[in-house]
Write a protein that binds this ligand. Structure first.
Ligand SMILES: *[C@@H]1O[C@H](CO)[C@@H](O)[C@H](O)[C@H]1NC(C)=O
Ligand SMILES: *[C@@H]1O[C@H](CO)[C@@H](O)[C@H](O)[C@H]1NC(C)=O
Ligand SMILES: *[C@@H]1O[C@H](CO)[C@@H](O)[C@H](O)[C@H]1NC(C)=O
Ligand SMILES: *[C@@H]1O[C@H](CO)[C@@H](O)[C@H](O)[C@H]1NC(C)=O
Ligand SMILES: *[C@@H]1O[C@H](CO)[C@@H](O)[C@H](O)[C@H]1NC(C)=O
Ligand SMILES: *[C@@H]1O[C@H](CO)[C@@H](O)[C@H](O)[C@H]1NC(C)=O
Ligand SMILES: *[C@@H]1O[C@H](CO)[C@@H](O)[C@H](O)[C@H]1NC(C)=O
Ligand SMILES: *[C@@H]1O[C@H](CO)[C@@H](O)[C@H](O)[C@H]1NC(C)=O
Ligand SMILES: *[C@@H]1O[C@H](CO)[C@@H](O)[C@H](O)[C@H]1NC(C)=O
Length: 522
């Protein structure tokens, strides 16, 4: 794998470096852990957790050598994806709106007639207020402010972006404001509503445009089909293995397709959990729109129907062994390269294709994987409800806390008493504190409420309740079936809210001296 991270983009961004450091630390230790477990436990064959492993950490070693027989308990407490990745920050930021005060129609004899919300002065005041209070946000565009639902209030909707998020995605907000005259004919904000508090502007903003378009690209004709070159992977042993394994394998397939300059045949039906006998839709977790813009893909169901129809006239090359390398297939001219994954685990994993020499030529397209906009809207809403001004602690408990052999102090170090005393040292009293955690017991953190305004994911469960936007959007995707806000989604949202905090306290490094990956790994 080549490292795309050495670009100039990263050097320009102190935040980028900071993130790299965080992710890098996390990653390195996980990697080390996989090696440890390989020697100590060696039970089954599992890939490392790529979401902790920055490509940087991985590339200096041969993944195949060290991981071949390793295992690790699925660390499902963080899910980092392309939009968190500082490397993808290469494109220029969207234009910042100027905060300059425009020339106002100033009439000193104005007195206080009813304020005109649509006048430029009103929007100026709101912009200045935003620039001052929401430094972590980039305001992309505003609607024209309108009379609010209550007298004396102006309302406005706008699109914004978070500086910490490397994606170009926009989020909407709409609030009310009370304005009053200030010096030099300007106005100033004297009171502002909370996140999405505007009624009138909200109604307007909601209907602007559908935010999510994960429609499936369709091949229209045999001629069009034949013009393409495809790489199709049959289901392998990866199916139903968990999120990390899934992504690591998928990215291998996408990487090989890029290397071969072919279109990858993408199975949207995924299975992330062997215990749950049910398939999920890729789009519940990830941004398919972004994926199809980033890499060349077709949807499998569609593809197979077409292929069956025109089979006789379409050349296909079957490859029945991962040991046939991408390099050997580079010259292959058949319309379809069909990789099959027979045999027993671990021989039948997709990602084995990317091991060995292939690791040097196949780049996994990380930047193509973003979290679903449906989930990111929840993230923006949670952060917005905390006014983008909060600290966060990531408290890892669960199986690790119970495993005293590998993490002797973790349980103790994340006890409510210890948490309180440690957080008191690094955070200001009465700050809003978001706790990202896999601790299932809601009241576990009650002790912290004596010093902080504690927020947990479940405090926001309306955001995925049956009246929510998420519920509607996901139900639509599932063709009317009842959506479930599952553990993978919880982790995704927790991770992203955590990344948006002003001060972040990690379990490993900050709360405990135990090593992330068990004793003697750090
Ligand atoms: C992994 O296990 C296989 C057999 O299960 C063995 O042939 C191979 O040498 C092992 N690899 C490493 C790196 O130990
Ligand atoms: C200011 O307002 C007064 C009355 O409201 C009007 O007569 C005058 O023309 C205005 N001046 C300007 C510069 O708009
Ligand atoms: C308010 O200001 C806008 C823009 O300056 C103008 O078009 C509109 O007519 C004004 N409305 C009233 C009621 O004065
Ligand atoms: C969604 O995107 C596809 C192209 O990927 C486009 O053809 C289609 O019109 C879009 N649908 C909507 C509702 O914007
Ligand atoms: C990749 O494939 C496209 C068409 O499928 C072709 O136009 C292009 O030249 C190819 N690029 C390389 C580097 O082979
Ligand atoms: C799920 O369970 C049903 C019946 O319980 C069974 O028919 C089906 O094959 C199972 N599917 C998978 C993917 O295990
Ligand atoms: C929505 O959820 C509430 C509480 O979770 C439940 O009481 C209600 O029946 C649900 N409504 C529908 C239409 O599912
Ligand atoms: C979700 O859909 C229901 C019924 O279609 C509707 O009443 C509700 O307002 C929608 N909620 C949101 C947040 O869009
Ligand atoms: C957490 O630990 C890291 C690494 O030791 C340190 O750089 C950071 O300042 C600590 N964070 C807090 C909030 O103490």
């Amino acid at each position: 794998m080549k490292d795309p991270g050495d670009g100039a983009a990263m050097a320009e961004s102190p935040l980028g470096q900071h993130l790299v450091k965080i992710i890098g630390n996390v990653c390195f230790s996980l990697f080390a852990f996989s090696v440890l477990v390989f020697t100590v436990v060696a039970v089954t064959y599992q890939p490392a957790d790529p979401w902790f492993d920055s490509p940087k950490a991985l590339l200096s070693r041969s993944f195949s050598q060290t991981l071949a027989n390793s295992t690790l308990p699925m660390d499902n407490t963080v899910l980092t994806t392309g939009e968190d990745d500082p490397r993808s920050q290469s494109s220029s930021p969207p234009p910042l709106l100027s905060n300059a005060i425009s020339t106002l129609d100033c009439n000193a004899t104005d007195g206080d007639p009813p304020l005109n919300c649509s006048s430029p002065a009103a929007l100026d005041a709101i912009r200045r207020y935003h620039a001052k209070n929401f430094r972590s946000l980039v305001f992309i565009s505003y609607e024209t402010p309108v009379e609010g639902s209550l007298p004396g209030r102006c309302e406005v909707g706008w699109w914004f972006r978070n500086r910490r998020e490397k994606s170009r995605r926009r989020y909407k907000d709409y609030r009310w404001f009370v304005l009053s005259p200030a010096e030099n004919c300007a106005l100033k904000v004297v009171q502002a509503g909370r996140y999405r508090s505007a009624v009138v502007a909200g109604r307007k903003t909601k209907i602007i445009k559908p935010e999510i378009n994960d429609s499936i690209p369709i091949i229209n004709s045999e001629a069009e089909f034949k013009k393409g070159r495809y790489l199709y992977y049959s289901r392998g042993g990866d199916y139903c293995k968990g999120m990390n394994h899934y992504l690591w394998s998928l990215l291998c397939g996408l990487g090989e397709a890029q290397f071969l300059n072919r279109t990858f045949v993408m199975d949207l039906e995924i299975c992330l959990d062997s215990s749950q006998n049910s398939t999920r839709d890729f789009r519940m977790y990830f941004d398919f729109e972004h994926l199809k813009e980033s890499v060349s893909i077709v949807e499998q169901g569609d593809f197979l129907r077409d292929w069956r129809k025109w089979r006789k006239r379409i050349g296909a090359k079957k490859v029945g062994n991962y040991k046939v390398t991408p390099m050997q297939l580079k010259k292959e001219q058949s319309t379809v390269i069909w990789r099959q994954f027979p045999g027993k685990e671990p021989e039948n994993y997709w990602y084995r294709v990317c091991e060995g020499g292939a690791a040097n030529v196949v780049d996994r397209p990380w930047q193509a994987i973003w979290k679903s906009k449906r989930l990111m809207n929840i993230v923006a809403e949670i952060a917005g409800k905390m006014d983008w001004d909060f600290d966060a602690v990531h408290v890892i408990r669960g199986e690790k806390a119970m495993n005293k052999e590998l993490w002797p102090n973790l349980d103790m170090d994340t006890s409510p008493e210890q948490l309180l005393s440690k957080l008191n040292k690094v955070l200001q009293p009465w700050r809003k504190l978001y706790i990202a955690t896999n601790e299932p017991f809601y009241n576990y953190f009650d002790k912290l409420r004596s010093n902080f305004k504690v927020h947990l994911l479940d405090d926001f469960k309306d955001l995925w309740g049956n009246q929510s936007e998420w519920y509607n959007q996901t139900r639509e995707l599932l063709a009317g079936r009842e959506p479930e806000f599952d553990a993978h989604m919880r982790v995704a949202v927790d991770t992203e809210v955590f990344y948006r905090a002003k001060t972040r306290v990690e379990t490993f490094n900050n709360l405990t001296a135990d090593c992330r990956n068990g004793v003697h790994t750090c």
